[in-house]
Design a protein around this ligand. Sequence first.
Ligand SMILES: [Ca+2]
Length: 332
Amino acid sequence: MNKYLTHLFQVTWKPSVLGLLASVAMTGMANANYLEHEAVKPFVLEMVEKHNFDKREIEALFAQAEKKQSILDAIARPAEKRLEWKGYRKIFLTEDRITRGKAFMAEHKETLERAEKEFGVPKNIITAIIGVETRYGKNRGGYRVIDALSTLAFDYPPRSKFFRGELEHVLLLSREQKFNPIELKGSYAGAMGYGQFIPSSYRHYAVDFDGDGVADILNNPVDAIGSVANYFKQHKWVEGEPVTGLAKVSGADYEKALYKGLKPKYTLEEMAKWGVTPVDNFDPAAKGKLLKLEGKHGTEYWLGLHNFYVITRYNHSHLYAMAVYQLSEALK
Ligand SMILES: [Ca+2]
């Protein structure tokens, strides 16, 4: 056994592994789950070879992991794909979410101001992310992360490569943070904590913002605030720049600005020639992406600027980014 290994899950994982092995022996593997899946064996071997994990410990973990049909149902029909803007907006722009957001901002005023100063990301944007993701920490997700990631890695072919990677990250994360991976809870996609970081994001962007030596975005709102701000900074949020604004369109050429994808491609100056006019006084040299949304009162056109694109790095959906932006405005 590798030296690191013994260290690995020693504190929290070992006792439950022993308990599990006993229960597996008693039930004769009758309820064994992912351990029996054909794609799991090579994964386990890879983890052992690549990262020196203990084979028995990883196998014990997968023996406990369960396939969840509700996870497969949820990923097949996310709100971002099911709804138009008017329906999506209704979920997030509620009085309740605004009131709770203001309370969260008051409660964490100093932390949010420190994060804004340190990372250059507005406190109302940080709060809106946490508000949209988990209602300010209230709904952090009830799925076991190991079930979510195993189900999506091994039984959801369209995204299996991605989630197999996240499964690898959750093992590494557990080693680094001394988590017991079987105890981690999150969304149907394995996103955890106040800001719903998937394991790779946790490893790359979580910060210890209260200085206690641990980056805990699962239960510590101070670390969560710093980590969301850091995520935005690392994805190149530009301090002081606008996010988005309404636009007017005329003629037929404006449709050239309605390409697929989220990244701003054309300058506002170029788009003006096609009949796209921002309502606000934006820099004509700035790049933007024209958005067409079906709102409560009909079609709306918006220009998503660079910082709007940065919000979509958190969740690759223009509806998501618009909800975050509008909630952040309501929290001002
Ligand atoms: Ca901390």
